[in-house]
Design a protein around this ligand. Sequence first.
Ligand code: ATP
Length: 222
Amino acid sequence: MKHIGLFGGTFNPIHLGHVRVIREVKSGFDLDEILIIPTALPPHKKSEKVVDAKDRLKMIRLAFLNEPDYVISDVELKRSGPSYTIDTVRYFTSRMPESTRLYLIMGLDAFLEIDTWKSYKELFLLIPFIVIFRILGAKDDRTSGSESVGHYLRSRISKGYTFSPSQSTYIHDNKRPVFVFDVSPVDISSTLIREHIKRGISIKHLVPEIIEDFIKTKGLYL
Ligand code: ATP
């Protein structure tokens, strides 16, 4: 049995927060592979300046150079129009062998808006979720992150979800499980990096060095 996580995002650009969380989820769930899927036209981020897809793809490749367990997929970039997660999940579930288990990884913020996404109800039938949130060290953060997932699931998706504390998972009779997973907080966002570049502030320690060089050479985000 092969276990593969799907991790989507704008990656405009990819940064050390992404890299850290991707590695932590892989080891935390003992996944064989993580598929990193940059989105084409983010339906929720239309107004922002998103650099060319080829450059975003290239930067992800650089971040995981020579690491074959981190696979970069251009499936959303090749599709015309905006990227919808349901299309990507249908694409991979229909192509993977029976012996493969897929998991959809996403941040708590995105998860708590999922009822605004295209065909979101189908997502809960098709694929287990791994919902990640950042805790600052206090046990309360972990509890409240997990509770907000539970509250959201029961109020917006289905009353039938129950929590299994031993697995940190919300389970349901006819829907796929929703795992909650806390990761170390890394206070970096792509927005912060774009702002730093515009203001001439160094982005060292926010992105891998090889990506810092790439951004500089290509003059991105100026
Ligand atoms: P932006 O600042 O442009 O909104 P972003 O830094 O949030 O971008 P995205 O590409 O939108 O990056 O994020 C993809 C995924 O990575 C999301 O699920 C998001 O929650 C997660 N993520 C982003 N930054 C971090 C971080 N510092 N730590 C953990 N997860 C993160």
